[in-house]
Design a protein around this ligand. Structure first.
Ligand code: PMV
Length: 314
């Protein structure tokens, strides 16, 4: 059985695509993939819940083109003729900003290795899963597949070393953050959202039209990151919540917050959350709220219509 973590981003989504730092934490929700040898000449992937099926056959899997393309990319990493029947079980809601595509990619690649008796270190899994993520995000920041691979609470930054004058985007630095005290996030899901690639492309296009606005916003978000890290390390949850609110406001300024997510953020704050923000690519999807012991039940109740769950950061 192979595994890939889901994640929430505390600070820095979208800015991370342009090389700014971000903070993310792996959540218990994950992708698990089991395998057996296929009887036919193609590799197939079945995903539960939902019974979604894709394969490496030449016919397009109608409505599942991205997933089929990603599976073909993964399969093409092996020169042998071993075909597999892969079964994924997702406990991450998909397409909601919790890194489900990256978690699935990491789990699929690990399962493909496992089936061949190969054991690769995390750095290699990260690099290979970048190709999978590229299918879903176009120009991924790399944070989702890094979190899916490594887990934990991490300060993420893409490095830009040059190889023959060309940036090697896959190179990253991850710094483990150790919170002074465990703290609790409530995660809630507004439902489906546009594909992440659409939101990422939208930001890129906005930046082409108005570079100053977008770069200034990203500089502002980047400035929150070291303060956020410090607040976590020092157990300053009130400051941490305020910084999350600021990050949310910046993302709203880039038109990434749906009205429903805005309402959910408002409801969480009203119920006593120390801070709340959208998380992931936006345009809908999930939000996170920082809660302390006293208000936790109230925030969960305020978000009851949106399948809320707790994610502990340790
Ligand atoms: O919504 P998700 O889980 O796919 O997260 C996307 C995070 C972005 O920063 C918006 C994109 C990226 O590849 O870093």
């Amino acid at each position: 059985m192979a595994f890939g973590h889901g994640k929430v981003i505390l600070f820095g989504e979208h800015a991370v695509v342009f090389g700014h730092p971000a903070v993310a934490v792996a959540i218990e929700n994950a992708a698990e993939v089991s395998w057996e040898r296929a009887t036919g000449p193609i590799t197939r992937l079945t995903i539960q819940p939902g019974d979604t099926r894709v394969d490496t056959g030449s016919e397009p899997n109608a409505g599942r083109e991205l997933l089929q393309r990603a599976l073909k990319v993964a399969r093409a990493l092996y020169a042998d003729d071993l075909e597999l029947e892969l079964r994924a079980h997702m406990t991450i809601p998909t397409g909601a900003g919790l890194g489900s595509s990256a978690a699935l990619g990491v789990a699929v690649l690990r399962a493909m290795d496992e089936a061949r008796g190969l054991s690769r270190d995390d750095a290699e899994i990260f690099e290979r899963s970048f190709e999978w993520e590229r299918v879903f995000h176009g120009t991924p920041g790399g944070i989702d597949n890094a979190m899916a691979t490594y887990g934990g609470l991490q300060l993420f930054k893409r490095a830009f070393p040059l190889k023959e004058g060309v940036p090697i985007y896959q190179q990253i630095s991850l710094t483990r953050i150790v919170p002074r005290d465990p703290f609790c996030l409530v995660v809630a899901n507004s439902g489906n959202r546009p594909p992440a690639i659409q939101m990422i492309t939208g930001v890129r296009e906005l930046r082409e039209r108005n570079r100053t606005l977008v770069d200034t916003t990203f500089d502002g978000i980047a400035a929150l990151v070291p303060n956020g890290k410090l607040a976590i390390e020092q157990g300053e949850l009130k400051s941490l919540g305020q910084l999350m609110d600021m990050n949310h406001m910046s993302l709203a300024g880039l038109m990434l917050v749906s009205s429903q997510v805005q309402d959910m953020v408002g409801a969480a704050r009203q119920a006593g959350a120390l801070g709340a923000k959208m998380t992931g690519a936006g345009g809908g999807g999930c939000m996170i709220a920082l809660v302390n012991e006293r208000e936790r039940a109230d925030v969960l109740a305020a978000l009851a219509a949106y399948q809320p769950f707790e994610a502990w950061v340790r």
